[in-house]
Design a binder for this molecule. Structure first.
Ligand code: HEM
Length: 449
């Protein structure tokens, strides 16, 4: 199932709900907004917790006592407490402000670092994802950030690439050997991070410090905390990197979108005393509605995530009975390409679509498991996009922009698999690898913190 092409899901779009029978189980795929709301309301009978329990052993590979703790979903158990912690700490407030400020500070140095006087050739996805990975992990983990080491960045990519196989737990020691190696290297790096006192470092974000407290108060020991942190780093990075790529891809590949966004971001600049211009990154979400709309439209186009729930008891939703033991799936892409929600232009990339926002996107999931990282992700992506728009020009090396294909992208059957990354093309010529030129743009600005 995890390897089914996106085309399969599109064909089934017309049905409000349908069943896929598999040996020993059945899957319900839910497509209409009213049924989705009903699924999300029945949190007791349609639960995500069984998947977390499976992830604790298959993906995180926690110790036996660790798996027991990570699977507690009763009131005051680990799952609801961690869930609550995330939703409080990553919502607007002290912890989020601290991590955002650090993100912007790091971003501000990007233009200075990259601004060689002559054009530079880079692979677009690699360059963007590297910058976003470093900015995000520096902001969260501080000056002892394990991701400063190239070997740890490689370990993370390996771990992530085999996630689907790890989660199934079927012969993963063979099917996900590289991924397990990556995970273990990452776990070791986080163990070292804790043992070297990185949590006391003033540069480490309050979120990471409080998260450690939440884990240890829940009863987890350091080796299991390092494992859980390694899995958290997948939630932290796996979607924000492709989401930034797609946002910038759409902006730079269309002169109209680039002009609209650049005009808007330029108008948000403040002129300082010494003729310098600066951009207040904290205001971008409010002062740049076209950029926000472009970003939201990029999420609408490129989300492939599927929310999953296990049916713990027979449950009636509207006229449909969901049988105990089955799995419910809500593919976000079906909502995003439903003509009855988005109208005739559903398949077009309309960067102004969300100026008068009609429909709602599901890129961050919904209900009880709505992504708590959405505020951080949104401000980071918008801030990054704004600083690139102001400081750089990008041109495809081949002279022509070609949309990267995700035809052969797998639909991630994991909780956090939200955005399709480019580059899984079966075609020999991978367009996303097109070499890009970066040229310093005329308006060189500093970025206000
Ligand atoms: C564009 C970037 C992102 C996208 C598209 C995204 C998407 C998602 C989705 C689809 C879910 C599952 C929701 C469901 O099952 O209904 C989720 C959960 C989660 N996300 Fe994100 N995410 C992003 C960035 C982040 C970031 C930056 C963080 C951390 C700062 C984060 C932390 C989490 C966590 C902890 C959960 C589990 C929530 C819970 O059940 O308690 N995400 N995300």
């Amino acid at each position: 199932m995890g390897r089914m092409g996106i085309r399969y899901w599109m064909i089934q779009r017309a049905l409000p709900i349908y069943t896929i029978r598999l040996p020993g189980t059945r899957l319900y795929v839910v497509n209409t907004p009213s049924l989705i709301s009903a699924v999300q309301r029945h949190v007791q009978t349609l639960s995500f917790s069984p998947f977390l329990a499976r992830a604790a052993s298959n993906l995180i590979a926690a110790s036996k006592p660790g798996v027991e703790i990570l699977s507690q979903d009763e009131e005051n158990g680990f799952i609801p407490r961690f869930h609550h912690f995330n939703h409080v700490s990553l919502s607007p407030g002290r912890d989020l402000d601290a991590v955002k400020k650090r993100t912007w500070k790091i971003m501000a140095s990007l233009s200075a670092r990259e601004s060689a006087n002559s054009p530079r050739r880079v692979r677009m996805y690699e360059w963007i994802s590297h910058e976003v990975m470093m900015t995000t992990t520096e902001a969260f983990y501080g000056s002892q950030n394990p991701f400063r080491k190239p070997a740890i960045r490689t370990a993370w990519s390996k771990y992530y690439s085999g996630m689907t196989y790890l989660l199934t737990g079927v012969m993963s020691s063979i099917t996900a050997r590289q991924s397990i190696r990556g995970r273990e290297a990452l776990v070791q790096a986080f163990e070292q991070y804790y043992s070297e006192g990185s949590l006391e470092d003033t540069e480490t974000s309050p979120y990471i410090k409080d998260q450690y407290e939440c884990f240890s108060q829940g009863g987890l020991k350091d080796p299991d905390i390092a494992r859980t942190e390694s899995a958290f780093s997948i939630a932290l990075l796996s979607n924000i990197m492709p989401a930034t790529f797609w946002t910038l891809y759409h902006i730079f590949s269309d002169p109209v979108i680039l002009q609209d966004c650049r005009k808007e971001v330029s108008a948000a600049l403040h002129r300082g005393e010494s003729e310098n211009y600066s951009l207040d990154l904290s205001s971008v979400e409010v002062s740049c509605p076209i950029l926000v709309s472009t970003y939201t439209e990029a999420l609408r186009h490129h989300s492939t995530g599927i929310s999953v729930r296990q049916v713990l008891d027979d449950q009636l939703i509207d006229d449909y009975i969901l049988k105990k033991g089955a799995i419910v799936m809500i593919p976000s892409g079906m909502q995003h390409f439903n003509p009855s929600i988005w109208g005739e232009t559903v398949n077009e990339f309309d960067h102004l679509r969300f100026l008068g926002a009609k429909g709602r996107i599901r890129s961050f999931g919904g209900g009880l498991t709505l992504c708590p990282g959405r505020h951080f992700a949104t401000s980071t992506i918008l801030g990054f996009a704004a600083s690139i728009i102001l400081n750089f020009d990008m041109q495809p090396w081949s002279g022509q922009w070609v949309i990267p294909t995700v035809e052969n992208s797998s639909v991630e059957l994991v909780r956090h698999g939200g955005l399709a990354s480019p580059g899984k093309s079966a075609k020999s010529k991978s367009p996303w690898k097109t070499l890009m030129i970066l040229i310093l743009y005329v308006t060189y600005v500093t970025i206000k913190l």
